[in-house]
Structures are given as structure tokens and as C-alpha cells.
Ligand binder design. Sequence first.
Ligand code: AMP
Ligand code: ZN
Ligand code: FE
Ligand code: FE
Length: 281
Amino acid sequence: MTVNGLIDLHTHSTISDGSMTPSELVRHAKSAGLVALALTDHDSVDGVEEALAEGKRIGIEVIPGLEISVDFKPEMHILGYFPEQAYKRIETVLDLLRESRQLRNPRIIDKLNEMGFDITMKEVEAEAGKGIVGRPHIAKVLLAKGYVSSVEDAFDRLLGCGKPAYFKKERLTPEEGIKEILKAGGVPVLAHPIYLGHSLEALDKLLGELAQVGLKGIEAIYVDNTKEETGNLLRLAIKHKLLVTGGSDFHGSYKPDIEIGKGRGNLEVTYDLLKKIKDYM
Ligand code: AMP
Ligand code: ZN
Ligand code: FE
Ligand code: FE
């Protein structure tokens, strides 16, 4: 595998809130010229087997992964990357996370109904298909009914943290999330650190604490970062001896302005980063 090829280590399929099936996603990555991608669906590794098979068929490396939300205000997401022979071991904790989704989603729908929006759980489930039901599916139904102008608008006005139809899911603590991924043989990485909304000093301190409980990397290269933020995060990675990962957080039509590998044209993630993660596995 080429050392300098381009990759994407953060993507979603129809198994969670992406719009492409795992196979479509892998073919899309291949036609975008990538040499590797990680599938990182929320709370699920159900798409990994299909993605691995398609990757082998067409010749692109697929890294089994997932993304979990842990208990932290406003939001903290932890990515996990696994060797092929180990990813199924994480499944034992995922049932719990899905249950908490099933408790939360109807509360969001009830609240939206109360606010006068005509939307049902059935419609949202139809939008999600067989996959995990998340807020982006609710946003898409609201969009289809003309209640919001985009998925983003739905989050900004209704579904985002602190907005009227926001309800928290029961989650693992950051430490528990990190430890569960480690226990299953994976590499835990802090996703999109800028979403924590921390100052550089606070992030520095937090990374020290998370590294202490087993965090192995940070997603220093991310679609929504400014150049300056990326520079700061790369420096913090060195300071805390953390691996660096990068990704577009590709969701297909749920985030229509983001392209796999390229993000908004500002992204470049190279294979050497993946090599270091694999050395760790
Ligand atoms: P859930 O797992 O159901 O809590 O939904 C989380 C997902 O919603 C995230 O991973 C993103 O895909 C999406 N999301 C969160 N905040 C926003 C936002 N402000 N705009 C668009 N999508 C968002
Ligand atoms: Zn998502
Ligand atoms: Fe995320
Ligand atoms: Fe994501």
C-alpha cells in the first residue's frame, strides 16, 4: 500500500446516519482516489463485514471502526479503530447504547409534536431504514415536510444540544468509552476536538486526563477545523504523545457539502497516519 496515498478515517454509512450503504461508501471512496477508509458508524459495527468484503473485491483498504458519544457537555465523541479480527468484540457494549437511543428518540418526537410539528416515529424509522435511528434522520423528515431549511437548520433551531427538542441519551463516561474500546482490542481516539468548545488551555488539561485513562489519539485533522486549530491540535498531540488521525465525517446527503477524503476541499489525510495506528494495534 502506498505510504503517501490519501485516506479518510471518519465516515458514516446507512448503518447509522450516512446515506450510502457500506458497499456504496467503499466504492465511492475508491472512485474518489482514496487508498484506505475507516467506517465509523455511530454505536455500530454492523456495516464492517460488508465494507471489508467490498474493499477486498475492488482493492481499497477498509479499517473497522465506530464512533460513540460519551457523557460530556456539550458533546464528546470517541472513535475506535480495530484490527479485522477484533472489531466484533466491541459489540457487547453497543446494545446498551442502542437501548438509550430507543428511549431518547420518542422523547424528541413527543416534544416536536408538542411544539406543533407533525412528525411520527414511524416516519423517522422509515427514513433511517434498517440502521440506527439518530437525530439526522429526524432532521431529514422535518426537512421533507418543509419545517426546516436544511439538516443543519434543524440542529440549530431544534435538535442541537441545549435546543428545545434536545434530550440527552444515557451514555458511558469518557473513561468507560475509552476503556471499552481498549478492552476490545481497539485504538480509542478523541473525535473532532473543536466540538468540545474548549480553550486551548482547557483542552490541554483534558487531553492529559484522557491520555491518563488510555486515550491513544486525537482527530487533529478534521473538516471543520481552521488551519490554526489544526496546528494547535497537532502540537497538543505531540505534547501528550497521542496518535494523529483525520477525517471528513462523511455522511453523504445528510451533510451534502462534505465530500469523502476532501471535506470541503480543505482536507488531506495521508496513509502514514494510518500506518502508525496499525503499528499500535
Ligand atoms: P445522535 O447520534 O442521534 O445524537 O446524532 C448525532 C449526529 O448528529 C452527529 O454525529 C452528526 O452526524 C449529527 N449532528 C450533530 N450536530 C449537528 C449539527 N449541528 N448539524 C448537523 N448535524 C449534526
Ligand atoms: Zn453522524
Ligand atoms: Fe461525531
Ligand atoms: Fe461522525
